[in-house]
Design a protein around this ligand. Structure first.
Ligand code: GBH
Length: 458
C-alpha cells in the first residue's frame, strides 16, 4: 500500500475508559456508579457481566503502561471515574481515588506517553442519579465541581482534557431507550438530559480554564448518514439532526438545530429545561472536537413511534436503519466502510468552516470474533484491515485540508463492552479475564509498526 502522509506532530494513540477496564469497583473508597447498579439488574447486561473484574487495570496499570510504551503511541486516552474521586458525586474528595490517577499520569509521563483525560465516560455516581441524574439541572453543576477537583490535581501534568464522551449515548441510550445505565425509557427526559449534559460540558470547560487547562474539548459520536433511496432524504436529515446536529449546533453555533421540531415534534415544545443564557455557556470556544467513529448509518423513512427497549435504535424518531448487504460487518454487526470517515470529516469542515475547531479521531476500532491460534495469539487480519482503512480515511481528510490532529485506536485492551459485557472484544491486546493475562494481537504489532513509520516523534 502507498505510504500515507500525516503532518508532523500528528498524535497516534490508544484509548480506554474507566468502567470498562478498571475493575476494583469497591477498592479504596470508590462509590457506586449507575453502571454498577445497572449491571446488578437481571437482564440488563449480557451474561450478567459486571464491572468486575474487567481488566483489573486499577491494580495492573503498570503492565498496561508498559504495553502502551512498547506500542510506541504518542498519547493514551483514558477516563477518570467520577465515583472514585467523589464517591457520592459531590462533597469530600476521596484522596485514594484521585491518587490512582496521579500515579497513572506519572507512569505515562515516565514512559514518554502524553496522557489525555476524559472526565466523563458514562459512570455517573449513583447518588447523583438518585437525585435525578442528567434529568436534573444540578447535575451539570456537580459535574463542573468534579472537573475542578480533577483539574486541580492533574492539570500540571495533563495537557489535553475532554469533558464528556459521547453525550448522545448518555442521553438517548441512558434516558431514551434504556439500553445503557441508568436504563430509563422515556422521551422528554432524554432531551432534558441532552441539554444538561451540554450545560455540564460548558460549565466544566469554565472550571478547566480556571485551573489553567489550555487544551479542552468534547468527544461526540457523530454519524455519517446516507439515505437508503432518494426518497429518504427527509429521514436522513432527521437522523443527522437527532444524532449530530443536536450536539454540534449548540456547541459550535450556540443554537439548537432548525429541523428539531420536524424530528421530535411535540417533545420539543415542552423544553422548559432550556433557560436563557445556557447556549452562551454551551458554546464557549473549544480547542478541539473529538470524534468517535465506527460505522456509517444508512436510513429510511419510518413512522413516529414511542421508545421501544427491544430495539437498540429505539431513540430514533421517524427514521430507521437499513443494513447494507454489500458491506462486511464486524462482530457488533456494524458495517465496515472506512471511506465514510473521510466523508464525515470533510463534511464537518464544509458545514462549519472556520467555526470548526481542530479535530481528533478519539475512537476507532472493531470488535471481531477473536480466537487465539495454536500459538496463543489472535491473528486478527480483519481488525488490522479495519484500522488501516480508517487511517487511510484520516490521511484522505488531511489531504483535503481538514485539520485533524490525532487518531486513537479503540481499544488498547479487550474490555467490558457495556450492554454486551465481555463477549465483544475491541482490544489490540487480548485479555484472558480468568487469568488477566494480556497477549498482543497481530493488530497490535501492525499498529506499532504503523506508528513507528508515521509518527514524527519516533
Ligand atoms: C463507543 O460507543 C464508546 O465510547 C466505547 O466506550 C465503546 O466501547 C465503543 O464505542 C465500542 O462500542 O445505535 O444502532 O444506530 C460507541 C457507541 C456505536 C453509538 C454506534 C452509535 C450507531 C449504531 N456508538 N452507534 S445504532
Amino acid at each position: 500500500m502507498a505510504e500515507l502522509s500525516f503532518p508532523p506532530g500528528f498524535v497516534f494513540g490508544a484509548g480506554t475508559a474507566a468502567f470498562q477496564i478498571e475493575g476494583a469497583t469497591r477498592a479504596d473508597g470508590r462509590g457506586p456508579s449507575v453502571w454498577d447498579a445497572f449491571c446488578a439488574e437481571p437482564g440488563r447486561v449480557e451474561g450478567g457481566d459486571t464491572g468486575e473484574p474487567a481488566c483489573d487495570h486499577y491494580r495492573r496499570w503498570p503492565q498496561d503502561v508498559e504495553l502502551l510504551r512498547r506500542l510506541g503511541v504518542d498519547s493514551y486516552r483514558f477516563s477518570v471515574s467520577w465515583p472514585r474521586v467523589l464517591p457520592t458525586g459531590a462533597g469530600a474528595v476521596n484522596r485514594a481515588g484521585l491518587d490512582f490517577y496521579s500515579r497513572l499520569v506519572d507512569g505515562l509521563l515516565a514512559a514518554g506517553i502524553e496522557p489525555a483525560v476524559t472526565l466523563y465516560h458514562w459512570d455517573l455516581p449513583q447518588a447523583l442519579e438518585d437525585g435525578g441524574g442528567w434529568r436534573a439541572r444540578e447535575t451539570a453543576h456537580r459535574f463542573a465541581e468534579y472537573a475542578a477537583v480533577v483539574a486541580e490535581a492533574l492539570a500540571d501534568r495533563v495537557p489535553r482534557w475532554t469533558t464528556l464522551n459521547e453525550p448522545w449515548c448518555s442521553a438517548f441510550l441512558g434516558y431514551g431507550n434504556g439500553v445503557h445505565a441508568p436504563g430509563v425509557r422515556s422521551g422528554t427526559p432524554a432531551l432534558a438530559a441532552a441539554h444538561h449534559l451540554l450545560l455540564g460540558h460548558g460549565l466544566a470547560l469554565g472550571a478547566l480554564r480556571a485551573a489553567g487547562v489550555r487544551e479542552a474539548g468534547i468527544t461526540l459520536n457523530l454519524d455519517q448518514v446516507y439515505p437508503a433511496t432518494p426518497d429518504d432524504e427527509g429521514a436522513a436529515l432527521r437522523a443527522r439532526t437527532q444524532r449530530n446536529l443536536v450536539w454540534t449546533e449548540p456547541l459550535l453555533r450556540g443554537r439548537y438545530p432548525a429541523a428539531e421540531a420536524d424530528t421530535w415534534g411535540e417533545l420539543i415544545e415542552r423544553q422548559d429545561f432550556r433557560r436563557d443564557g445556557d447556549l452562551a455557556v454551551i458554546a464557549a470556544p473549544m480547542d478541539f472536537l473529538g470524534v468517535n467513529y465506527y460505522t456509517p448509518a444508512t436510513v429510511r423513512t419510518a413512522p413516529h413511534r414511542e421508545p421501544d427497549p427491544a430495539r437498540r435504535d429505539a431513540t430514533d424518531n421517524r427514521f430507521a436503519h437499513v443494513r447494507d448487504p454489500r458491506a462486511r460487518h464486524t462482530a457488533m454487526d456494524w458495517a465496515v466502510a472506512p471511506d465514510t470517515l473521510r466523508e464525515l470529516l470533510v463534511g464537518l469542515r464544509e458545514e462549519y468552516g472556520p467555526a470548526l475547531p481542530p479535530l481528533f479521531v478519539t475512537e476507532n476500532g472493531s470488535a471481531e470474533d477473536d480466537v487465539p491460534g495454536p500459538d496463543g495469539v489472535v491473528h486478527d487480519a480483519d481488525r488490522t484491515a479495519y484500522l488501516e482503512g480508517h487511517l487511510r480515511a484520516v490521511a484522505g481528510a488531511l489531504a483535503a485540508g481538514v485539520d485533524v490532529r490525532g487518531y486513537y485506536v479503540w481499544s488498547l485492551l479487550d474490555n467490558f463492552e457495556w450492554t454486551y459485557g465481555y463477549g465483544k472484544r475491541f482490544g489490540v491486546v487480548h485479555v484472558d479475564y480468568a487469568t488477566q493475562r494480556r497477549t498482543p494481537k497481530d493488530s497490535y504489532h501492525w499498529y506499532r509498526e504503523f506508528v513507528s513509520r508515521h509518527s514524527a516523534r519516533s
